[in-house]
Design a protein around this ligand. Sequence first.
Ligand code: TYM
Length: 328
Amino acid sequence: MTRVFSGIQPTGEFQLGNYLGALRHWVVDQHEHDSLFCAVDLHAITLRQDPAELHQKTLEAIAALIAVGLDPETCIIFVQSHVHEHAELAWLIECTVAFGELSRMTQFKDKSARSDAHISAGLFTYPALMAADILLYDIDRVPVGDDQRQHLELTRDVAERFNSRYGETFVVPAAAIAKVGARVMDLQEPQSKMSKSSASMAGCVQLFEDRDSIVKKFKRAVTDSGSEVSFDVENKPGVSNLLSILAAVTNSDPESVANEYDRYGDLKVATAEAVLEVIGPIQDRRAELLADPAELSRLIELGAVKAQALAGNVLERARSAMGFVARP
Ligand code: TYM
């Protein structure tokens, strides 16, 4: 059976891009593959974080993963820092990846350009930790949005290089990036991807936002000149983004959806309604889970135990391949 791994940072609020580009695919994957899904709290401290917020957001992230439809009995849902092997393998990988390779990562360039004077070393080595997350579990398939493509390519390079230098150790994983919804754009700036760390939240639809506010954001979405509803990313980025969102939530394709609408206004309302239909039950389920902290803790522990049981094998293989002495 193929093995699947993916992760999400427990920072800010999950947004529609996270759901359409990643989470909804994980829900399908859990039934078809051995799957692990992780709230990557170690990644969340690469930018300065507030301790109370990190704590709360990590609990909310696990609740949200279950609320979108991941079943803790079917797949493994866990908190990254609960399995210390992630950090340990990351160090081994940091010592095999090149400074130049990390310097070329576009996410590092973007994030370091946006952050203040203090840029942590962890922000720079972030992709080595991400590679460790994946390589630690002999993963074949990594379902992610388009923005993670470069990190996945680096992970493959790291694995291949390690295997040729030290002998077959890691499974070389493949990115699984969907055709529709892998790059959801900001509703106000359709040239930029929707992101939970955007300066303005006006174009970012959060999964746990008030329903009226979601409708308003869609109604105010920037559309393009002309009035014809057609899928043309180059010339009609705003309308094309709405078509992609509507297609993703209704399991259709943007071109077919475009044929059903004549006016921008109708498309906006239909997209908002379709999104709310999907998000509504997710919001209710997360609220129920957060209202029962004992059950949430039990599920977090269940995931940690299951992930921990798998994590040791590959780390030991990597240690031995590199020449570390095993503890007698
Ligand atoms: P993160 O937390 O930024 O995002 C989680 C997932 O959501 C996808 N995504 C999007 N998809 C479509 N449109 C968007 N606008 C959009 N915004 C975000 C992301 O591509 C991602 O799949 N580095 C990762 C977390 C990570 C990870 C891993 C992922 C750590 N270790 C190992 C896979 C495997 C990140 O920051 O994702």
